[in-house]
Write a protein that binds this ligand. Structure first.
Ligand code: MF3
Ligand code: CO
Length: 248
């Protein structure tokens, strides 16, 4: 069942999104060789507490941290460890913020120091694929139009699209219907309606889209060890078009 949101509910989600976006802006300033994902996670806990918000991922299905920190070949759900980031790494920080009962979800990939041209291009293409998906998030389109726009562009640029994780509806729960694959044919799936709020969160890989899960039960890695990146926004579908609730 898809739970449509009223304009007032979307406004509340935008408040959660504003805190999340401000948090990402701070993280962008902190990222450098030598900092640990653990320190970033601690910062997020403190930042959210100062903004009357809570980290929804912590405790979700037993996930132990406020953030996911996914480095290089890690696709998503990496633990924020005390291992320092190194020059040339790429790291995706993902978090879900709850404020006044409503949620927002956004992941962002960051360059650590000087990164390779290959990594830089992956970041740029992955971010652009997110915005091409958002462009399709208009009333009357279908979920498949979002999926197809992302896959088409990603593959044109030589990347594969992760299939095992999707975007999702979001509101007072982290994961609601509909699910939003980042690959697939156009003109298929649920028709988009005013009041739907979804995440779009493409994960693009330099090599294969196949993945493995570490023994910790969470960390998803590319099977071939090549790089992966992700950008995610929470989007409200309105009569005036898509509204990015987690805009930085
Ligand atoms: N933020 C992720 C998403 O986009 C959820 C991470 S799973 C968790 O759905 F367990 F870490 F919360
Ligand atoms: Co999400």
């Amino acid at each position: 069942m898809i739970i449509l949101k009223t304009p007032e509910e979307i406004r509340l989600m935008q408040e959660a999104g504003a805190v999340l976006a401000a948090c990402h802006r701070e993280i962008a300033k902190m990222i450098r060789p030598g900092i640990t994902p653990w320190e970033i996670d601690q910062f997020v806990e403190q930042f959210l507490a100062e903004h009357d918000a809570t980290p929804e991922q912590k405790g979700y299905n037993g996930y132990p941290y406020a953030t996911c920190a996914s480095i290089n070949d890690v696709i998503c759900h990496g633990f924020p460890t005390k291992e320092p980031l190194r020059d040339g790494d790429i790291v995706t920080i993902d978090m879900v913020v709850r404020k006044n009962g409503w949620l927002a979800d956004s992941a962002w990939s960051y360059a650590v120091g000087n990164i390779s041209a290959e990594a830089q291009k992956l970041l740029e293409v992955t971010e652009k694929s997110l915005y091409l998906g958002i462009d399709q998030a208009v009333v009357g389109n279908r979920i498949g139009d979002i999926s197809h726009a992302i896959q088409t562009y990603a593959q044109e640029q030589g990347y594969s699209v992760v299939r095992d994780f999707t975007g999702h509806g979001i509101g007072q729960a982290m994961h609601e219907e509909p699910y939003v694959p980042h690959y697939g044919p156009p003109n298929r799936g649920q028709r988009l309606k005013e009041g739907m709020v979804i995440t779009i969160e493409p994960m693009l890989n330099v090599g294969t889209y196949h993945l493995t899960i570490d023994d910790d039960g969470w960390t998803a890695r590319t099977r071939d060890g090549k790089l992966s990146a992700q950008y995610e926004h929470t989007i409200a579908i309105t009569a005036d078009g898509p509204v990015i609730l987690t805009k930085q």
